[in-house]
Ligand binder design. Sequence first.
Ligand code: TXA
Ligand code: MG
Length: 377
Amino acid sequence: MADTPHTNSQRTEILLVRDLDHLDDDAHQIERAATLIRQGKLVAFPTETVYGLGADATNVAAVAGIFAAKERPRTDPLIVHLADDADMARVASSVPAAAERLAERFWPGPLTLVVPRAPLIPALVAAGGATVGVRVPAHPVARALIRAAGVPIAAPSANRFMHTSPTTAAHVLADLDGRIAAILDAGPCPVGVESTVVDLTSDPPLLLRPGGITLEMLRTELPTIALPARHSAPIDQASESPGAATDSPLQRAPGQMERHYAPQARMIVFDGVGMAARQAVAAEVAAGLAAGERVGALVPDEEEPTLREAGAEVMSLGPAADLPEIARRLYGGLRALDAAGVDCIVAHTFGEAGLGLALSDRLRRAAGGRLRQLPSS
Ligand code: TXA
Ligand code: MG
């Protein structure tokens, strides 16, 4: 456990896993990480979504260490990671039929199911609530670690509270070096945004956080799934006017803060795609530069040359049509622009279809809960 996490007093061991196709070559690294978990220590590890900060979910002191290392308030519940679907019955006091179906279809994978919490899982994991979020990650290193540890692993994203989620080991170390016992480094995360969270204890079931398993995919198994007010309201209600949207419907999911995933730089996100969105971004970039600011832009490849020529620092995210690639690069791009010390970061959303819903959600949060409307033409 991280005894004095604020003093950065421990040395964080870096446990390298070089080849996902030959995990046996680095089995000793996974075994070392599992031993640390069993001892109640904190170990960051890769999942297919983002890096997690793991601890034995059944050990209250270890779980308390997660909150301390991240400086995360205890009102924000943690996800419990399992090696196999069958383990859900150990951490859930009952398994709703819909949870069974979704697990069967989408696990292992980037989907978290909120189910009634069993006594094996301490209340602290669940922010004192009667439910617990569980998932079986698809990343081979995550599964090997959970299996070797022999306990369910509680893990939030391995960033300091209110920082951008980490998609590489370097991102984790930038936030938590010296505060955690070890990190398993297996390269960049293939999905790049956090898991979809679905609450199966409410009727109808609710999509609490869009993610790698899309709403369209969920509807094929769960036609009644509903969106909390935030997502079902037209996004323009979440725009401009000060105070609007910041404190409304996020309460449904504990921990779903509006200001989250946030860079230091001022974030300006236009709500829209296509030519109008490109033009709005270009105009905002030009205005910032004209005001003497250092301006960053986080945009698809197609928009890079013009903005770079104008004088912006650009992180391109991949082709506009390739949303999985954009998701993989989003957080790294945010971190890189922030590290470059720009005054503001300008971006636009990616629609609501497929992964676009998750991308737009994360961009809106990075902008403190507010999206800008495109100027009407
Ligand atoms: O992809 C992911 O989900 C990553 C990797 C590491 O698995 N984890 C992650 O954890 O993003 P975290 O703690 O950063 O976000 C978990 C969020 C919470 O903030 C909360 O909104 C929701 O999941 N959540 C967890 N347990 C819940 C519960 N019992 N009821 C409602 N929401 C819950
Ligand atoms: Mg997080």
